[in-house]
Each structure stands twice: as C-alpha cells, then as structure tokens.
Ligand binder design. Structure first.
Ligand SMILES: Cc1ncc(COP(=O)(O)O)c(C=O)c1O
Length: 431
C-alpha cells in the first residue's frame, strides 16, 4: 500500500507542477462529508471537491442512478443518437434557472466550457464582439476563460496572448474599498473612453465571487447591471458555476438579488461529481447559433445526466437550500466568535451567503494587511488535525468553507472545532 507521502513524491515526478495541490492527502474513499486517505486517516471535508459534491460524497441516490445508466449505455453522443435524460434535464434546468421568459439549455462538460459557450451564444445573438468581466472574477482555464478571469497569477501569467475585445472592470468589493457606485462609474467610463456600449455583447459576473475571495456581489449592483444591460442591449451572463445548486441557500445566487440573467452558466454542483456543465438562456439567444455550431463529443454525457437528475431530486427532497442556510449559520456564528477573540487578532472579515462562507485573515486587525503565510500554515495544521480546507482570494488570505450540504450539524460543528483549534495553533506557530 502506497502512503500519501509516497504518492505525492511520485506525483511530483509524473504530473506537471502547474496543476496545483491544496493538500497532499491522497483519497482512498469518501462518504458524505468525510474522506479517508490512503494512510487510513479520516478527514472532514470542508471543500466538497471545490463546491462540487453539494449532495455529499457517494450519495446513495446518485450512485444508484449512475449504476443503472452504466448498465444501459455510457456514451452514444447526443448529436448522433439522442436520449431522453438530456432532454428532460434541459427541461428541468429551463424551469429552474433564473432566466426571464422561455428558456433553452445546452449541456457540456466543464465550467470553462460553459463559459465559452455562453460567450459564443451572446456574440451570435448580438452580433457584437465585446465582453466585460470583473477584477477578481474567475471563469476557467481555457483561453476565453482566462481572458475573462481577473487575476493574473497563477491563472494568466505566461499564457497570453488572449482573445481581444475583453474588458475587465473593478469589482464592487466594499471590504477592499470599491463601492457599487465606483464600479458602475468604471463601467460607464469604459463605455465612454474605450469601447462603445453598442459593441458589447455581454457582461459576465459571478453573483458571489468564488476563487476571487468569496465576496458577495452587492445586490444593488446586480440590479443596476441588469438595468444597464437592458438600456444598451447587452446580455447579462451570470456565472453560477460555484454559487449554483443550493450552495448559497437558494437554488441560484441571483435569486438573492431578485433579478434574471439572459444566460446562466452552471457546472460543479450540477452532477454530484460527474463532469457536466450547462448553459441555460433565453430561447431566442440560445437559438442564435447555426446548427452544428454548439455541442461536443462528450457534451451531456448520459451517465452525468443520470447523476444530475438524482442531484436535483436530492436537493428538492432533502431541502438542501434550507440546509445550506442552517450550515452557513453554524459556520458564520463560529467565525464571528473567533473574530471577537482578542488573542487571535487576525480575523479581518467574516462573510457568506448560505453555506458559501469565508474568513479573511490579516496580519493584524488594525492594519488589515493580508496574511497569506498564516493562511497556508492554517491549511497545513488543519490537515494535520483532520480537516480539509481550501483557500482563495486575490491575496491568498481567505479560507472558504464549502462543506457538502448533506453534512450533519454535528460534523459541521466538529469541523469548526478543528478549524478554531487549528487557527489558534497556526497563530501560535507564526509567533
Ligand atoms: C465561477 C467559476 N467559473 C468557472 C469555473 C471553471 O470551471 P471548471 O474548472 O469546471 O472549468 C470555476 C471553477 O472553479 C468557477 O468557480
């Protein structure tokens, strides 16, 4: 039996270093919110495979659906011999996604691919080239995904040139001193000085930034964006890849702002760990592309579709939106308690929507300087203590909490106990 340490050494030889590693824990098996490593050690999973297994690891319903589909067929290609589960999933997403009027859905495999296709349909519909995105935003690792992403290291450095006609505007991040008004002014300045609004096909935004640092996009800003898009005939693309599928306490985070998008990109939580993504958009927008212009060999794989149906059933029956709100409350209450602890003095901010929560670590609370080193130490100590954590943020100083929504209160509390003990230890180690 190979240990995690041995496997990690082999990995460093066999796999390129460009593929990051948040931990060096090698998974052997997983169940709901727990993972057991090759070394036989148990971990509480506060990462959910980066917001993917909202329905927990090995949800019995998903496992059964996948097994049944595997016995029937695993691939025939939807463009060749279509199948019912794709069509039914499109119907279900058309009914669920925050899109105004009749909707249509296409399925692909990854988040980045969903974003690529959202841009394609927006350009085909409007006949315009320009796309606007925001600083700190993350939209994937393909060329268009990178171009839209508002963080250079590690996502863009060395990978250019990027597609032209992409404009990045300051995200309304009040914690870091950018108000909604300032961000709107930056957008209007872009239209005035750089690219006329009539050349912009779409504005792409995460309703809550994920990789960028778990900053909730102010709801007033989202509403103002909707109005601005309507005024100029620009499409609003909501990237709900990380926020979707009950994570924020609503099926989609846009629901918190009470607005609809023209196209919604989704992935991650959609299929409980199988590679499936989707874009759901206004039917007229989705129909603008020529037949054959959209799709892909594996797009809408039937095993992944079967898993997605089981996920949607589980979200509804197990009331996972409500669970997200309850889990988020446990996490945020505990983080606020840590913020109040004078002997920690490193919790700069605590925030979240539903079970998409974060704590931002600083060198000391009065100065507010980001503490990426402390964050790294904390992640390592948490691993030693049996907890898997993920970081994020422009300065690498944010811990994001993403437990499966099927986790019990007891597991979430146990994870938070480990978290607080690990933070205390990390602060002590930092001296
Ligand atoms: C908001 C957002 N968009 C796009 C992506 C890219 O998804 P994928 O890694 O599946 O290509 C991610 C992945 O983290 C994401 O969080």
């Amino acid at each position: 039996m190979a240990t995690s340490a041995e496997l990690h050494a082999r990995r460093m030889t066999a796999v390129p270093r460009g593929i990051g590693h948040a931990t060096s824990i090698y998974a052997k098996r997983a169940k709901n919110a727990e993972i057991w490593s090759e070394d036989g050690k148990r971990y509480i999973d506060f990462g959910a495979g980066i917001a993917v297994v909202n329905t927990g690891h090995q949800h019995p319903r998903i496992v059964a659906a996948v097994e049944e589909q595997m016995k029937a067929f695993s691939h025939v290609c939807f463009q060749v011999t279509p199948y019912q589960s794709y069509v039914r999933l499109a119907e279900r997403l058309n009914a669920l996604a925050p899109v105004a009027g009749p909707a249509k859905t296409m399925l692909v495999s990854t988040g980045a691919e969903a974003v690529e296709n959202a841009v394609k349909v927006a350009r085909a519909y409007t006949g315009r080239p320009g796309i606007v995105s925001f600083s700190g935003g993350f939209h994937g690792r393909t060329l268009m995904g990178m171009a839209l992403t508002g963080k250079v290291v590690p996502y863009k450095k060395g990978f250019g040139p990027f597609p032209p006609e992409i404009y990045n505007v300051a995200f309304p991040n009040t914690y870091h001193g950018v108000s909604s008004e300032e961000s709107l002014a930056a957008l209007k300045a872009l239209f005035k000085y750089t690219a006329d609004a009539s050349t912009i096909a779409a504005i792409v935004i995460e309703p809550m930034q994920g990789e960028g640092g778990f900053y909730v996009t102010p709801f007033d800003f989202l509403r103002a964006l909707r109005a601005l898009c309507d005024e100029h005939g620009i499409l609003l693309i909501a990237d709900e890849i990380q926020t979707g599928f009950a994570r924020t306490g609503k099926m989609f985070a846009l629901g918190h702002a009470g607005i609809k998008a023209d196209v919604v990109a989704m992935a991650k939580g959609l299929a409980g760990g199988l590679p499936l993504s989707a874009i759901t958009g206004r039917a007229d927008v989705m129909d603008a592309s020529n037949p054959g212009g959209l799709g892909g060999t594996y797009a809408g794989n039937p095993v992944a579709c079967a898993a997605a149906h089981a996920v949607l059933d589980a979200i509804a029956e197990e009331k996972l939106c409500e669970r997200a709100a309850a889990i988020g409350k446990i996490i945020l209450d505990r983080c606020h308690h840590m913020k109040g602890r004078s002997n920690l003095n490193c919790v700069g901010d605590v925030r979240g929507l539903g079970a998409m929560c974060a704590i931002e670590l600083v060198k000391d609370v009065s100065g507010g300087e980001p503490a990426p080193q402390l964050t790294q130490t904390l992640m390592k100590v948490a691993n030693e203590n049996g907890l898997i954590l993920l970081s994020c943020g422009t300065y690498g100083n944010v811990i994001r909490f993403l437990p499966p929504l099927t986790a019990s209160d007891a597991i979430v509390r146990e994870g938070m106990d480990i978290f607080e003990a690990s933070l205390t230890e990390a602060v002590a180690r930092a001296g």
